[in-house]
Write a protein that binds this ligand. Structure first.
Ligand SMILES: NC(=O)c1ccc[n+]([C@@H]2O[C@H](COP(=O)([O-])OP(=O)(O)OC[C@H]3O[C@@H](n4cnc5c(N)ncnc54)[C@H](OP(=O)(O)O)[C@@H]3O)[C@@H](O)[C@H]2O)c1
Length: 263
């Protein structure tokens, strides 16, 4: 007899009815994750610092029948994140999924960059990730129902790049922090993993998608899949890591690079 539970196999990718908090929801990847989770029946709380953009997203999602709420907060502020968690629980009763999708970069060579500019990147891409993950984990432990934490890291977490001393260090730190966090939280059935993307289309990366540009041509040389990422390419892995299908996976750094890491 082959031991596969039929109802598990049939519903293992479902996140319907789950309460998901998405940080960086006003960004390209966060917005896509929030909408994709909403389309799949999750109740979505979207957060970022820009309330005007959040309001626009809320209107767009609600017009499509997505159950969602918004709360403006800086993920780098423990006080604001604490209020955010209270909002999630008072609005939907609990928190089941945290998708961390915020981030920042301002590339500059070490000789030109100030320590303050470097610290700003470290704070946005590492310290704030710790703050939101810690606050979410505390809620999940209190609820005693397990949970899923999915953090957007980067393909650059495992490789350096010119002008990226802040970004590569913060993302590399993020991968290791998440691995350690996964061990801390495993006894509570909370899975913690990263997605490590290469270039995906966003306002900041749009210029790299010009097929005539040298940057695009150079990327393609190392991208066996033959193109850069569209936000739709991101949502499958995000859903998988938020769903029961990934219950055995924790502390992983998952490649969303179109083969860039393999080449
Ligand atoms: N797109 C890519 O090619 C790519 C590749 C590898 C990794 N990533 C990672 O994926 C995540 C999302 O990227 P994206 O392309 O969706 O970025 P994006 O479109 O530029 O959006 C960035 C998001 O982060 C928030 N944010 C910006 N600066 C922040 C700061 N200093 N502190 C806290 N939040 C800040 C923004 O919202 P508010 O300003 O409203 O707070 C926004 O929601 C980031 O961690 C990024 O490093 C992206």
């Amino acid at each position: 007899m082959i031991r596969v539970d039929k109802s598990f196999a049939q519903g293992m990718f479902s996140i319907s009815g789950k309460v998901a908090l998405v940080t960086g929801a006003t960004g390209a990847l966060g917005g896509a994750v929030a909408k994709a989770f909403g389309y799949q029946g999750a109740k979505v709380v979207m957060t970022a610092r820009n309330l005007v953009k959040l309001r626009a997203l809320e209107a767009e999602f609600k017009a499509e029948g997505i159950e969602c709420s918004i709360f403006a907060a800086d993920p780098g502020s423990s006080g604001e994140v604490s209020k955010l968690m209270e909002f999630v629980v008072s609005t939907y009763g609990e928190l089941n999924i945290l998708a961390v999708c915020h981030g920042y970069n301002a590339p500059k060579g070490i000789l030109e960059q100030s320590v303050e500019d470097w610290q700003k990147i470290m704070d946005a891409d590492l310290r704030s990730v710790y703050i939101v993950c810690k606050a979410a984990a505390e809620r999940m432990v209190e609820q005693n129902k397990g949970g899923k934490i999915v953090v957007t890291s980067s393909a650059r977490s495992k490789m350096g790049m010119k002008g990226y001393t802040g970004y590569c260090a913060s993302k590399g730190g993020c991968d290791l922090m998440i691995q350690s966090m996964a061990i801390d939280l495993a006894p509570y059935h909370i899975n913690v993993n990263t997605i490590n993307p290469t270039v995906f289309r966003s306002d900041l990366t749009e210029w790299m998608f010009d097929p005539e540009s040298a940057v695009y041509q150079n990327f393609l040389k190392r991208l066996p899949i033959g193109r850069l990422g569209e936000v739709q390419d991101f949502i499958g892995l995000a859903t998988f890591l938020a769903s029961p299908a990934s219950d055995f996976l924790t502390g992983g750094n998952y490649d969303a690079t179109g083969g860039y890491w393999s080449n």
